[in-house]
Design a protein. Structure first.
Length: 201
């Protein structure tokens, strides 16, 4: 009897975990735009040091997004479909690079890119912290990231956890996510501030 219950529980757990992969696929297919507030916690490979930041995030498929960091300092990342721009107001410096080089197998590609399973291998993860998790492993072996986990609360995007090639861990936690919202085109248009140094990569 106990064996049957255990087998049923494992089957149910497997179904729940598979649902997280299905949810991620549905998110990639059906959610064409979105916005949320976020907090980001970056942890060093040894787990000893942490950096906290926060801001807002918007995206529109394919390949347009805006990360606006507000704390502890301002920084803006904008992808306009052709290039990714990074603006550091404190340095009055802007860097840009072609979107094909900048995105690749990155969290932004996972959230705002056009073809999810072209760049990532998807698999289920155990539920934890009240979220259902899917693992996205980049197919490119020489990228900057080892793996990414995407957490959903029901169908709502709740978190993305990234481990880079050095073992540094970044956890983005989203709040107030709204999908398929109308976003103005200028949200993804970057204008170089007057007098800023521009570095083309």
């Amino acid at each position: 009897m106990k064996t049957w219950i255990a087998a049923a529980a494992l089957a149910f757990a497997g179904a729940v975990q598979a649902d997280a992969v299905d949810t991620l696929r549905e998110f990639g297919r059906d959610v064409k735009s979105g916005r949320a507030a976020f907090t980001q916690t970056v942890t060093s490979p040894d787990g000893a040091r942490k950096k906290l930041s926060s801001g807002s995030f918007e995206f529109a498929r394919p390949n347009r997004f805006r990360f606006a960091y507000t704390k502890p300092f301002e920084q803006t990342l904008v992808a306009d479909g052709q290039k990714v721009w990074i603006h550091d107001p404190d340095l009055n410096q802007v860097s840009s690079r072609p979107i094909a080089k900048a995105l690749g197998s990155t969290p932004a590609a996972l959230l705002a890119g056009g073809s999810l399973e072209t760049d990532f291998t998807l698999s289920a993860q155990p539920s934890s912290g009240g979220l259902d998790w899917a693992l996205a492993t980049p197919k490119a072996k020489d990228g900057a990231f080892q793996s990414m986990r995407v957490g959903f609360r029901g169908k709502e995007l709740a978190a993305v956890e990234v481990v880079d090639s050095f073992g540094q861990r970044s956890l983005l936690q989203f709040s107030g996510f709204a999908g398929n919202v109308a976003l103005p085109p200028e949200a993804f248009r970057f204008v170089v501030p007057k007098g800023a140094d521009v570095i083309e990569e």
